[in-house]
Design a protein around this ligand. Structure first.
Ligand SMILES: Nc1ncnc2c1ncn2[C@@H]1O[C@H](COP(=O)(O)OP(=O)(O)OP(=O)(O)O)[C@@H](O)[C@H]1O
Length: 249
């Protein structure tokens, strides 16, 4: 595992520059929250970390994004990158298959076939996502029969099953009720010492509750990054202070 380091990172959608000269270190085994008003580039930067932006036409990137020995921008081994960097989206998107097969899907695509190994990975991942006790007797039920909160925890379990270094989460609780949100926050706090977690959130209380570090974006720029306590109690930049006190955004 290693820190993720962005240096002079720029991203353009056609002529539009969505990210401007980002210099940032995402520390390993910490949870970093990306905050900022809508359209400021948080998701674009998050998607850059596992090259999801490759799917979009006319994207141009300059600068570098490095994780230890892995050059994220230049590698042509996307399956290796995506094994090391998992992603969970805003809306739970389990596959239309059983709970077991959802979690076993990633390991199977990486060639794991032995039933005992898969069983162990499924159990470990569901335990990490705080779902094992709830679901262990129903592993062959359809994932689509679960509640929204359970589906999102299943999506986290599915990402964890390939044992990634990094977990990217794009507003993972914004479609969920407060109880499901609390469960996800709790599980992220539990797993963050074993993974580097980067989460986009519009919920400032959530960032304050569970992140170790906060990065504040505005209009494609990284305005300020620091320890969560510092950002919320003693922001160094006026724009950060205006945003967190609700003056705009
Ligand atoms: N596929 C795309 N093509 C062109 N422009 C895009 C594309 N995706 C995003 N953008 C633009 O890039 C900018 C940053 O968008 P992005 O989704 O990264 O912002 P965000 O901070 O995550 O916003 P939100 O909080 O609303 O999700 C916005 O101006 C957006 O319109």
């Amino acid at each position: 595992m290693a820190d993720i380091v962005a240096t002079n990172f720029n991203l353009f959608y056609g002529d539009f520059q969505a990210l401007k000269d980002i210099n940032m270190t995402l520390k390993e085994r910490q949870l970093t929250a990306f905050i900022g008003p809508s359209g400021c580039g948080k998701s674009t930067f998050l998607r850059s970390i596992n090259r999801m932006n490759d799917l979009i036409e006319n994207v141009k990137i300059t600068g570098s994004l490095i994780m230890g020995d892995l050059n994220i921008i230049e590698t042509n081994k996307l399956s290796v990158l995506r094994k090391r960097v998992g992603m969970v989206f805003q809306k739970p998107n389990p596959f239309s298959m059983s709970i077991y097969n959802n979690v076993a899907y990633g390991p199977r695509t990486h060639g794991i076939r032995q039933r005992a190994v898969l069983d162990e990975l499924v159990e470990k991942s569901l335990r990490s996502a705080a779902l094992w006790d709830e679901l262990k007797d129903n592993l062959h039920k359809s994932a689509l029969s679960l509640s929204g909160g359970q589906q999102q925890r299943l999506c986290i379990a599915r990402s964890l099953a390939v044992e990634p270094d990094v977990l990217l989460l794009d507003e993972p609780t914004s479609a969920l009720d407060p109880v499901s949100t609390a469960k996800i926050e709790e599980l992220l706090e539990e797993i963050k010492t074993e993974h580097t977690i980067v989460m986009v959130t519009h919920n400032m209380q959530q960032a304050a509750r569970i992140s170790d570090r906060v990065a504040f974006f505005l209009s494609g720029e990284l305005i300020e990054m620091g320890d969560t306590y510092q950002i919320f109690s003693q922001p160094q930049k006026e724009k950060t202070s205006d945003y967190i006190t609700g003056r705009f955004g």
